[in-house]
Design a protein around this ligand. Structure first.
Ligand code: HEC
Ligand code: HEC
Ligand code: HEC
Ligand code: HEC
Length: 138
């Protein structure tokens, strides 16, 4: 087989591999989540409905933009690894060293991305109006 053909074949095959891995992982990703943690000093706001799958499948946000396990300051979490709740590490009541409180962790993750995208003039999610994310508390 000549070299060009071999290269082409490799590209095509790895493309298929990538695709099938993508589909397998996508099936493991929950569609929608309701973010509603307990343990806050005060639970002031209603729960947040979060389109989990849309964020990765449609908005093309990488899993590692939201999921992490830090080791020596580097995010070593990768697709397929188990996912722990944010609250497992980010305490709702107290900041622990560099690990910010749960509310701040969420706001920093969600709002900062949306804000940054707007600055770039791209379609994005809410970051100003609280109730664009939080449901009204009953
Ligand atoms: C981009 C979405 C988003 C926006 C906009 C947003 N929040 Fe949040 N907020 C969250 C998420 C997600 C949580 C975590 C929810 C949980 O754990 O129950 C949270 C948690 C909180 C909490 C702690 C949990 C609770 O229910 O008391 C407070 C207080 C809060 N937000 C206030 C605000 C206020 C005030 C604003 C507007 C200035 C706001 N948020 C805007 C996503 C958002
Ligand atoms: C925009 C942020 C974001 C992206 C992108 C994202 N996730 Fe998540 N994911 C979350 C949040 C928030 C939770 C809920 C965590 C919690 O409840 O504490 C979650 C939960 C999960 C859970 C646990 C679900 C459950 O029912 O407990 C799995 C598994 C998961 N994500 C896998 C993935 C994979 C795989 C990708 C990439 C294909 C991905 N996530 C992309 C934010 C994200
Ligand atoms: C296994 C523990 C662990 C889990 C689970 C975890 N975090 Fe973190 N997170 C950390 C640690 C440790 C840091 C501090 C890293 C540093 O500054 O060196 C951090 C930092 C952050 C930061 C600031 C730096 C950055 O990466 O942007 C945000 C925002 C954040 N976490 C949000 C979240 C959200 C949202 C979830 C759930 C989807 C989550 N974290 C789940 C341990 C965790
Ligand atoms: C790294 C970037 C990024 C992060 C992190 C992120 N988002 Fe988004 N979000 C987007 C983009 C991009 C869109 C919409 C793009 C569009 O409309 O085409 C969006 C849209 C939304 C919308 C409106 C549309 C919909 O699907 O509901 C909500 C609500 C939202 N995000 C909530 C959240 C919450 C809650 C979190 C944190 C748990 C979060 N986002 C984290 C990029 C991000």
């Amino acid at each position: 087989m000549n070299k060009k053909l071999l290269t082409l074949l490799t590209i095509v095959l790895s493309g298929f591999l990538f695709l099938s891995v993508g589909i397998l992982v996508a099936a493991d990703v929950p569609d929608q989540l309701v973010l509603e943690n307990e343990g806050y000093a005060k639970d002031k706001k209603g729960p947040v409905k979060f389109n989990h799958k849309k964020h990765s499948a449609d908005y093309k946000v990488a899993c590692t933009d939201c999921h992490h396990v830090y080791k020596d300051g580097k995010n070593v979490w990768k697709k397929g690894d188990p996912v722990q709740k944010c609250s497992k590490c980010h305490d709702p009541k107290t900041k622990q060293g560099k690990v910010m409180k749960l509310q701040n962790a969420y706001h920093r993750n969600c709002k900062n991305c949306h804000k940054a995208l707007q600055k770039e003039g791209k379609p994005t999610g809410p970051f100003r109006k609280c109730n664009d994310c939080h449901e009204k508390k009953s």
